[in-house]
Design a protein around this ligand. Structure first.
Ligand code: G6P
Length: 591
């Protein structure tokens, strides 16, 4: 779950600045720590810092490290705590081999034990450092490239590794995690992120499974794990629209992205007919349709199961990406897996897709980032077209997925236009939530909630996933324990935790779940809960009412937004960073 960037090229007087500039665009892969290694006069100069790339930048202000070879890394800690010693790059005993890594070396303890016996000295608690020592050990009897390849073969797990030595050779190898190469004249770049390179050059080479690249000052060759064969990379021309992502007057990306949602919904309503029709056909032809996704995308997938049932009267299944591999045995060639992911790089989602592919099943992807791994391994892609999402909390990509699922459901019924008109209504009603008076009200409420220990959220039917998503938004940004439940479930245990003043948000849509969810609200109120209602109408049971428009089956699109905003305001009131909450990453590229 980390970001990798490497460079081999001409002597640059400030290679360190280039590495830092590029790394700062990889923050979304983790911001526990950052580090660079620049080969300067045959010695690696390594600089690391805990926190975001900006923290490392400040530490290095005014310092320029020159060189022609360098690697850099942004870390999301898996093995070993968040500390400078555990920050990448890691080195071998001699300091002549440096390595950055994305993934998990599952057998690192066994490998480390063996290396310790052979006299290697370790300076970190990471799984990554093992690789530097492995290469050092293997290099005793073979050349660098062979040593790296043989070391990589010893690793278990899904890993992308970039390793360099003080002779100016660099090797990148991958299994599972992405790695791409870009070439511009004499300069070669390697990264875990295609858009990062397409910013520099359109000559991109996407490294395939169990393959890699070898670079020195004169050559760049593709290599395979299984053989000594080297070949010339076959570059593709990839151009990605690099619109500069700015906050456009908003203090944080999170708020900006929440406010962009009406436009995202309108976009989807106006631009997808052909694709949606084809998708509906794919689902009709399939012998079973399964949704898979993680995090916020998973809540959209779960909401889709309700939409498909209620609107299209169609049974579909849902499973988290991480659970799907234990749930795949009944897949057949005519099964369809629909995988939804903002980034298209979430490892668990990708693994689910690979599992489906092993069964020969078809895969449809819903993706926001063009050129992502998910897009590349899927049979068909529907783009969210939500624009870059920078805040770690996913908001507009969630709304985009819900909008697409709604349209697909209506298409299956032959009522595409009805879906479009509901989306238009939803977009208009979202704009009303953004008016000044509404924001004041939300801020007042957020002030009341900011010192609470727990917030419970209930919904039913279409809005049960909304309750889960609302809770996720609040807890991941504000660190308040928030939990979403199906309205009927609370009384089976969790109601024991409700006491006088416990805030409970009740999502009451004008649908067949209304009476039941209002009864659940009454049950909570009888135990002293303070009831915050999100609904088109005001009911007596509410202590606080957040009005939303009745948009029928599109209600999940509208009902989530007040909670997204609450999450934002509570976080601001607590003086926390809503764009980069602790311990999280925008893109989770490990299992
Ligand atoms: C991380 C992010 C979440 C996101 C999830 C799935 O956990 O912090 O915001 O929902 O990954 O990401 P994806 O890119 O697959 O939608």
């Amino acid at each position: 779950m980390c970001g990798i960037f490497g460079y081999v090229g001409r002597q640059r007087s400030d290679l360190s600045s280039l590495l830092l500039r590029k790394l700062s665009k990889l923050d979304y892969r983790g911001y526990d720590s950052a580090g660079i290694a620049v080969l300067h006069k045959k010695h690696f100069q390594i600089r690391k810092s805990v926190g975001e790339v900006n923290d490392l930048k400040s530490k290095l202000r005014g310092i320029k490290i020159s060189g022609a070879v360098g690697i850099g890394h942004t870390r999301w800690a898996t093995h070993g705590g968040v500390s400078v010693k555990n920050a990448h790059p890691h080195k071998d005993c001699s300091g002549n081999i440096v390595v950055v890594h994305n993934g998990i070396v599952e057998n690192f303890e066994v490998l480390k034990k063996d290396l310790l016996k052979k006299g290697h000295r370790f300076t970190s608690d990471t799984d990554t450092e093992v690789f530097a020592h492995l290469v050092e050990e293997e290099s005793k009897s073979k050349n660098f490239l062979k040593a790296v390849r043989d070391s990589f073969k010893k690793l278990k797990g899904l890993n992308a590794i970039v390793v360099a030595n003080n002779d100016g050779e660099l090797v990148g190898l991958k299994r599972g995690s992405p790695l791409v190469l870009g070439v511009k004249g004499e300069e070669k770049f390697i990264s875990s992120d295609t858009p990062l390179l397409s910013d520099i050059t359109s000559r991109i080479f996407i490294i395939e499974e169990d393959e890699g690249i070898y670079i020195n000052n004169d050559v760049v060759k593709t290599i395979t794990l299984g053989s000594d064969k080297k070949s010339v990379p076959k570059f593709r021309i990839i151009k990605i629209n690099q619109n500069k992502v700015e906050k456009k007057g908003f203090k944080h990306y999170l708020l900006k992205e929440i406010y962009e949602q009406p436009q995202v919904v309108m976009n989807i309503a106006d631009n997808n007919k052909q694709n949606i029709m084809e998708t509906a056909r794919m689902i009709k032809d399939a012998w079973g349709t399964y949704f898979t996704a993680c995090g916020t995308a998973a809540h959209a997938g779960l909401a889709a199961t309700y939409m498909f049932s209620e609107i299209a009267e169609r049974h579909v299944n849902f499973s988290f990406g991480s659970e799907f591999p234990y749930y795949e045995d009944f897949l057949v060639e005519r099964s369809l897996l629909i995988a939804a992911s903002q980034s298209g790089e979430t490892m668990d989602t990708l693994e689910a897709v690979r599992a489906a592919k092993r069964h020969g099943s078809k895969v449809l992807a819903l993706v926001n980032v063009p050129g992502s791994s998910l897009e590349r391994i899927s049979d068909k892609t529907l783009y969210l077209n939500a624009g870059p999402e920078r805040a770690v909390l996913s908001t507009k990509a969630y709304i985009a997925k819900l909008s697409l699922f709604l349209l697909i459901s209506y298409s299956m019924l032959g009522e595409y236009e009805k879906g479009v008109s509901l989306l238009r209504r939803s977009a208009r009603s979202l704009k009303r939530i953004f008016n000044v008076e509404y924001q004041r009200k939300l801020k007042r409420l957020s002030k009341r909630l900011m010192n609470k220990d727990h917030i419970y959220i209930i919904g039913r039917g279409l809005n049960y996933p909304t309750a889960l998503e609302g809770a996720l938004k609040i807890k991941e940004a504000s660190y308040i324990h928030a939990e979403g439940f199906a309205g009927g479930e609370l009384k089976h245990g969790v109601i024991a935790l409700v006491e006088k003043g416990t805030p409970c948000i009740c999502i009451v849509a004008e649908d067949r779940a209304k009476e039941a969810i209002l009864s659940n609200a009454m049950e909570l109120k009888s135990r002293g809960a303070e009831i915050i209602g999100i609904s088109p109408k005001k009911y007596n049971v509410f202590d606080f009412h957040l009005e939303v428009e009745d948009v029928s089956t599109a209600s999940p699109i509208v009902n989530i937004v007040p909670m997204q905003l609450m999450a934002y305001y509570i976080t601001i009131l607590k003086d926390l960073n809503p764009d980069k909450p602790r311990n999280l990453a925008k893109s989770v590229t490990v299992k």
